[in-house]
Design a protein around this ligand. Structure first.
Ligand code: PLP
Length: 394
């Protein structure tokens, strides 16, 4: 739908183009996320938004992390050292060796590097749909492709189906992608299912397990895949400091994998993590109290916001991340994004085919309050629901 002409929804969501223009966003960009190249307004204007579109950490880096980054700046003139001992810190944190760690500019770089390494000679990636689209976009960019398996009706990943498809197409598959918990749904893959994947695939098929939201999981059925690296399985675990440590703009993440895999990946890595990020990330690993505080706040706000939406009649897919998806019943995401933007709130972009579900990141308490007020202005009250009714429409 053309957002400049919202047709029958004009009255419901009215005045979209004018409002968007006034907010300094080029109206031809209709996504929830406002990318640098799309935003034409100033810093103050951007600060005025409630930003719950991109699964960022709205509290910002904790004091221990800020302090360490400031310390790191004095080495801004150096190419690699000192580095805050970040490699050792990550290795120790996971009980692996430095040779099992690849330090990257965000975990997004891990995903790209794995794609570039394993999607050569016509190989494709296999994963769920929808899942974190960057993996599939990178495959397209490098002229590869993806085998994507739809989620199940309850929004879980179809693990038996994915394993079967991977075996059926084994010769064509460069690597298997598992986002756990999944973005955009927030749903976890249980430790038991991860084991089924690791044991059910051909022995040498690389498995990329993206644990960007690991820190926000409180479901006891979940487990990290790092132990499989120690077992010597061809498992690559991607982690990031963007979420838990609020370092999204600093660009730092890493991969944990068997040494021979890390060596292969290293050939495509840009080896370009900045010094402040290294010091900040090392401090974050030690700052267990700071991490626990963020986790506690995210889980509490995830629970309370979901409950309030369900009491208002809009089911929420039970999430284990710093975002959730709420069903809009028969309403669609695109005009909803614009309606929120008119109220200075940035919410998640559309994730086809889930076009009746809105992805909302967990911000601070005041962000979630503003979101709830706006939601109730945009969407009429309905009969209360519970999360097991989150089916909506897919
Ligand atoms: C599932 C998932 N993986 C990876 C990333 C990349 O994050 P970053 O490159 O900031 O570490 C994101 C970012 O939102 C994500 O949602």
């Amino acid at each position: 739908m053309d957002v400049r002409h919202p047709f029958s929804r004009r009255r419901f969501f009215g005045g979209v183009a004018a409002a968007v223009g006034a907010l300094g966003i080029d109206p031809k960009f209709s996504f929830g996320q406002v990318r640098t190249e799309q935003f034409t307004g100033g810093e103050a204007q951007y600060d005025a938004y409630v930003k719950i579109a991109s699964n960022e950490n709205n509290w910002g880096p904790p004091p221990a992390v800020m302090e360490a980054m400031q310390h790191g700046f004095k080495y801004a003139n150096r190419y690699g050292n000192p580095d805050g001992n970040i490699m050792q810190a990550i290795a120790e944190h996971h009980g692996v060796k430095r040779e099992n760690v690849l330090l990257t500019a965000g975990s997004g770089e891990v995903l790209d590097v794995v794609g570039t390494t394993y999607l050569q000679n016509g190989k494709v990636v296999l994963g769920a749909d929808p899942s974190y689209g960057s993996v599939y976009q990178h495959a397209t960019t490098i002229k590869s492709d993806a085998i994507k398996l739809p989620l199940l009706k309850d929004f879980r990943q179809d693990i038996p189906g994915m394993i079967a498809a991977a075996n059926r197409n084994a010769r064509d598959i460069g690597f298997f992608y598992l986002c756990n918990p999944n973005n955009p749904t927030g749903v976890v893959v249980s430790a038991k299912e991860v084991r089924q994947v690791v044991e059910g695939l051909p022995k040498d098929m690389p498995i990329l397990i993206d644990e960007a939201y690991h820190h926000f999981v409180d479901d006891p059925a979940y487990g990290t895949a790092v132990p499989y690296v120690l077992e010597g399985r061809p498992v690559i675990v991607a982690r990031t400091f963007s979420k838990i440590a609020a370092l999204a703009a600093m660009r730092i993440g890493y991969a944990i994998a068997p040494a021979d895999i890390i060596q292969r990946l290293r050939a495509y890595s840009i080896n370009s993590v900045n010094v402040a990020a290294k010091f900040g990330a090392a401090a974050s690993l030690k700052d267990t109290a700071g991490q626990a505080e963020v986790r506690k706040k995210v889980i509490a706000l995830r629970t309370s916001t979901s409950k309030e939406l369900e009491a208002w009649g809009y089911p929420v897919i039970p999430s284990q991340t710093n975002f959730f998806m709420v069903s809009l019943h028969d309403k669609t995401v695109q005009p909803t994004i614009q309606a929120f933007r008119e109220k200075n709130i940035l919410v998640g972009r559309p994730f086809p085919p889930m076009l009746n579900h809105l992805r909302v990141s967990i911000g601070r308490e005041e962000d979630m309050q503003k979101f709830l007020v706006a939601f109730k202005e945009i969407f009429p009250k309905r009969a209360p629901v519970t999360s097991n009714m989150a089916g909506g429409q897919q």
